[in-house]
Design a protein around this ligand. Structure first.
Ligand code: UTP
Length: 296
């Protein structure tokens, strides 16, 4: 096939309209995507992953009570002129850079009717091309961004790709689990997906995580998908039908994923990302060592 005929991934969608009930009461009046991991809100890590993967057009699905997300990626003239007057050039650069990172668009999901419904809200932004979906609370750390790894595979296979990770047997009931065939290390041809199976019914231990590259056929399937578990329109249900119609691949990415929308996942992300930081890592490690010595 001529290189010019290859489909490319040019747009990313970040669903961030969920209510964040697992993180109450912190999420009563602020979006969970704006909770800080050290000094950046969770969603900034996701936007940075998109940008470093080479995509500049991003749609964030927001909802009531999520205005702080828009304010964060907007310019803030009062703050900029204050920082300029005080000669805080370094902070001025940091603040400005956030607003210039990408072309960010917003659409509101009027009711949190599920991840599938949130993705359907992106249809007119995406149009008829493949697109990436990154969940607003799944942070993945690693040398090469997870999305960039998936785009490499997409360019080769020209078909939908879902990110998977190997999950402990007792946790399979928290994930969509794939059944499929490992066609080479890290790459699976997906035959089916099962939402939250019991361990004895799980077809594998490969759980779908918060990164997807999907062909636009998904929109037609989502529009026909009835509400499933919890009365919500499930993306997994539509992906399952997609896998029956088209080839779908799963990719076991390299990197470490944190579910920052869960209290324990959030704590792990905070500690491990802090330990990686040049400005904080050494002092924080010393603090942790002393703390553990005191407690053991
Ligand atoms: P989650 O289930 O993790 O988010 O959805 P939630 O519903 O906010 O969380 P809890 O379970 O109540 O704590 C995964 C992603 O899908 C988005 C969420 O914002 C999150 O990024 N989402 C979920 C939507 O955008 N709309 C929805 O209707 C549901």
């Amino acid at each position: 096939m001529l290189r010019g005929n290859l489909m490319r991934v040019r747009k990313a969608v970040i669903p961030a309209a969920g209510l964040g009930t697992r993180f109450l009461p912190a999420t009563k009046a602020q979006p969970k995507e704006m909770l800080p991991l050290i000094d950046r809100p969770i969603i900034q890590y996701i936007v940075e992953e998109v940008v470093t993967s080479g995509i500049e057009d991003i749609l964030i699905i927001t909802g009531r009570g999520k205005r702080a997300i828009e304010d964060h990626f907007d310019c803030c003239l009062e703050l900029e002129s204050y920082l300029r007057e005080k000669g805080k050039e370094e902070w001025l650069r940091v603040v400005r850079q956030i607003a210039q990172m990408a072309n960010i668009h917003y659409v509101r999901q009027c009711e949190p009717k599920g991840l599938g419904h949130a993705v359907l809200c992106a249809q007119s932004f995406v149009g008829n091309e493949p697109f990436a979906v990154l969940l607003g609370d799944d942070v993945i750390a690693g040398d090469k961004p997870c999305l960039a790894q998936m785009i490499d595979l997409f360019m080769e296979v020209q078909a939908s790709v879902v990110a998977v990770e190997r999950v402990p047997r007792e946790d399979v009931s928290k994930y969509g689990i794939i059944s499929g065939e490992e066609i080479r290390p890290r790459v699976f041809a997906v035959h089916d997906l099962v939402e939250k199976p019991q361990p004895e019914e799980a077809p594998s231990r490969w759980g779908v995580t918060g990164r997807y590259i999907i062909t636009p056929r998904i929109f037609g399937l989502l529009a026909e998908t009835p509400p499933g578990a919890g009365g919500e329109i499930q993306l997994t249900d539509a992906l399952r039908r997609l896998a029956k119609e088209e080839q779908v691949f799963a990719y076991a990415f390299s990197g470490k994923r944190y579910d920052a929308g869960d209290k324990l996942g959030y704590l792990k992300a905070t500690v491990e990302l802090a330990l990686e930081r040049e400005d904080l890592g050494a002092a924080f490690l010393e603090y942790l060592r002393n703390l553990l010595a005191e407690r053991s």
